[in-house]
Design a protein around this ligand. Structure first.
Ligand SMILES: CCCCCCCCCCCCCCCCCCC/C=C/C(=O)SCCNC(=O)CCNC(=O)[C@H](O)C(C)(C)COP(=O)(O)OP(=O)(O)OC[C@H]1O[C@@H](n2cnc3c(N)ncnc32)[C@H](O)[C@@H]1OP(=O)(O)O
Ligand SMILES: Cc1cc2nc3c(=O)[nH]c(=O)nc-3n(C[C@H](O)[C@H](O)[C@H](O)COP(=O)(O)OP(=O)(O)OC[C@H]3O[C@@H](n4cnc5c(N)ncnc54)[C@H](O)[C@@H]3O)c2cc1C
Length: 672
């Protein structure tokens, strides 16, 4: 079902905004995409996907029942995956199947989420990262060709965070050369896996491996759960959907229980450890946590995912703010566009800057991830702890920041931002889940904190530390950094805050141990500070990486593009410096006067960015089909679209609802 929407003239306020633009929009788009060729490739892929029957539903998804919504999502997923399989992968190359461009075009089909998302997002990456070459040859072509559809079933009803506490067992039976999968308790039921409830016929399962009477901890297994022809659950499998949730409504998140369910020995994913035919356990991994690889991969991809979601929200809120007028400033003057209010600019310009910060940082993180994985393939796992610390904190902070900025975008749109047709509630509830899944915010920051405490101790004793914490060598033994309001000065202050907080954690732990606590309790009592220290470290990484990447990527840009990209990065530094004034006062020599100056310069920068605001979001180059928003479309015809969407409410299908005659009228007549 494709609805034909009337083509409208661009709203005069938006047209005027676009005339004010003083930089080359395409150049900025190229920087965001990673180069001119990448922009061309993205546009080509978007054309293929979006001209092929995407994407507008006659009846909005939110007006459908749970069942209809799922069925519609499956229908569209099949159309979409055919386009991916037959046309898009030819352009991106098979090796780039998870390319953010595919992810982006998928949004044109699904306002919420595709039930196939986890198949491509986690099942396939797990096959690639955890299989032997033989297993890969067996499973991967089938998965990429959609001959099998998979989910990633790790979390259980009783445990998500503490993976070592998972209860599902996989016990090897050497006589039959099979593993017996079993769910011994209600809490051992797999819970949450996307696509597992109704869609998947296979899944990757994490279970405690038992062989020759010994438990070897959690390992991954590939399990067929449904008949490929009838789609009925196989005997010994109990599978279903977990029920309505805040978002992810069409992803059929599922539960799964095993009753002594048998799978062949070859179905254990054996890249890092194997069980021989006789039941002998052989570990080849050089690092104990390599089976957690898919999670690290997704944490890395989530940073660019956050940039994308934030750029959508910012585009919607800024275009709307250019069209929306509210409140006379002076009698008899026209009401200003709400984008003219500095308070509105304060809510929104940071969203543009943050989308850039996350995008540039995510590319750098992706390159780091690739380099570390190349080393791992050669048997060198030295850089894995740093990658884990880095991907953990960047995942935590980027998802958390994106969520609060997206909420600000909704606030910035007033009442209309609360409408589902604005798409802001969908974007918000999707991003809300990212703060929890793939490792909860607090839990991941505590992982980073473990690494930071060790790094601080190394730096304290004069040893060199790894690159992302190299600032500790400079600052670990310094009390307060001298405040300097240049960008270098602000970046160094963030590093000083991080170093100061990590040092304070180390001292707290030591003091607690001195006063008689054991290490575990001393750590536990310090965790509030440890989370704050890991967050501070992440901010130091973000400001430094964003700045350096911005300078590198704009080297050959035109003067005005350099200026506007520079302004955004400075805005980002100033925004966070002002958010963290308490920390600056504690760990740098900043004075009240310096902070007042900083505030004034920040306000001037908002005003300087104001004329380019609409063009900056145009540079994200998000087609209306991807935005799905009555408030954010390119033409800015907000009121017409809101009215059009209202007409689609099922309550407007009849002039009088039957409940009037059934309940209201009898109530009015005193007959109820
Ligand atoms: C046709 C339509 C298609 C549509 C679209 C197509 C588009 C293509 C797709 C693109 C996708 C992009 C978007 C992706 C969306 C994905 C949706 C995902 C949905 C959600 C999925 C999930 O949530 S899956 C489950 C995730 N679960 C978790 O993350 C659990 C969190 N817990 C943990 O990670 C761990 O338990 C732990 C780290 C908290 C603790 O582990 P453990 O107890 O085992 O360790 P210790 O604490 O004892 O630590 C020991 C030691 O190991 C170090 N360590 C821990 N983890 C790692 C690691 N991963 N790597 C390296 N090192 C690690 C730890 O730091 C300790 O080190 P020390 O030196 O001892 O300090
Ligand atoms: C939309 C969605 C999709 C998902 N998809 C999948 C999927 O496809 N496959 C899959 O396997 N899983 C999936 N999950 C599960 C997800 O990975 C877990 O929910 C997540 O890892 C958090 O674990 P938990 O639910 O056990 O939270 P808990 O660990 O119970 O967390 C509850 C609270 O306890 C705190 N806490 C827990 N441990 C500690 C600690 N050590 N120190 C301090 N505080 C702590 C947390 O900070 C949090 O505040 C999904 C979840 C959601 C919401």
């Amino acid at each position: 079902m494709k609805a034909n929407r009337p083509k409208r003239d661009v709203h005069p306020d938006l047209a005027r905004e676009r005339l004010k633009c003083n930089f080359n929009i395409e150049e900025v788009t190229n920087i965001i995409d990673g180069g001119k060729d990448k922009t061309l490739e993205r546009k080509k892929i978007e054309d293929i996907a979006l001209n092929n029957g995407a994407c507008l539903d006659e009846i909005p998804d939110e007006c459908l029942s749970i069942k209809e919504r799922y069925e519609n999502a499956i229908r569209k997923s099949c159309i979409y995956s055919n386009i991916v399989r037959n046309e898009m992968l030819e352009i991106t190359g098979m090796e780039n199947f998870e390319s953010p461009v595919l992810r982006r075009t998928a949004d044109a089909f699904f306002k919420d989420i595709s039930p196939f998302m986890l198949h491509l997002g986690m099942f396939v990456p797990t096959l690639i990262g955890q299989s032997t070459p033989e297993q890969m040859a067996e499973w991967l072509p089938k998965a990429l060709d959609m001959k099998i559809i998979g989910a990633y079933a790790q979390t259980e009803l009783g445990h998500g965070t503490f993976i070592r506490g998972l209860e599902t067992t996989a016990t090897y039976d050497p006589d039959k050369e099979e593993f017996v999968l079993h769910s011994p308790t209600i809490t051992s039921y797999k819970w949450w896996a996307g696509g597992l409830g109704k869609t998947a016929n296979h899944c990757v399962v994490m279970a405690q491996l038992y062989t020759q009477g010994e438990c070897h901890g959690t390992h991954l297994f590939i399990v067929q759960i449904r008949d490929l022809d009838t789609h009925m659950p196989l005997p010994g499998i109990k599978v279903g959907e977990i029920g309505p949730r805040m978002g992810f409504s069409s992803a059929d998140n599922g539960f799964l229980g095993f009753n002594s369910f048998r799978i062949p020995r070859q179905n254990m994913l054996m890249k890092h450890a194997k069980v021989e035919k006789d039941g002998c356990y052989v570990k080849s991994a050089k690092h104990g946590k390599l089976t957690y690889g898919t999670m690290v991969f997704i944490r890395v991809t989530l940073v660019s995912e956050m940039s994308f979601n934030l750029s959508k929200a910012a585009t919607i809120a800024i275009r709307y703010s250019a069209v929306r007028r509210q409140t006379e400033l002076r009698p008899n003057e026209p009401e200003p566009q709400i984008l003219d209010y500095p308070t509105q600019q304060h809510k929104l310009f940071i969203c543009i800057a943050t989308a850039h910060a996350f995008q540039l940082t995510s590319k750098w993180l992706w390159d780091t991830f690739q380099a570390v994985m190349a080393d791992v393939r050669k048997g060198n796992v030295d850089a894995l702890p740093e990658l884990h610390a880095l991907s953990s904190c960047l995942k935590a902070v980027s998802t958390s920041d994106a969520l609060s900025h997206i909420e600000q975008c909704r606030f910035a749109c007033g009442g209309h931002g609360y409408m589902l047709s604005s798409n802001l509630p969908f974007i918000y509830s999707f991003v809300a889940a990212t703060r929890t899944y793939e490792g909860d915010y607090t839990v991941l920051l505590l992982q980073t904190a473990r690494f930071l405490v060790k790094a601080w101790e190394q730096a304290e004793s004069g040893n060199n530390v790894t690159p992302t914490v190299a600032y500790l060598n400079r600052t670990a033994n310094t009390k307060r950094v001298v405040w300097d309001n240049t960008h270098e000065g602000i970046i160094q202050s963030f590093q000083a805050i991080a170093a100061g907080k990590i040092g304070q954690c180390v001292r707290s732990i030591r003091d607690r141990i001195k006063s008689g606590m054991d290490y575990e309790d001393a750590w536990l009592m310090t965790t509030v500070q440890l989370v704050a220290a890991a967050e501070a470290h992440c901010r130091a990484v973000l400001v430094n990486t964003y700045w350096n990447e911005m300078i590198r990527l704009t080297k050959s840009s035109s003067a005005n593009v350099k200026t506007v990209m520079h302004q955004l990065a400075v805005l980002y530094l100033m925004y966070w410096a002002l958010e963290k004034t308490g920390d600056l006062l504690k760990y740098s020599s900043v004075s009240k006067q310096d902070l007042d100056d900083l505030q004034r310069r920040y306000e001037e920068l908002l005003a300087a960015l104001r004329p380019n605001a609409v063009s900056l979001v145009d540079a994200f180059d998000l087609r209306d089909e991807i935005l799905h928003s009555s408030l954010g479309s390119y033409d800015g015809c907000v009121y017409e679209r809101l009215m059009e969407e209202a007409q689609k409410s099922p309550l407007n299908a009849e002039p009088v609802n039957p409940s009037f005659h059934k309940y209201i009228k009898p109530l009015m007549q005193g007959k109820l």
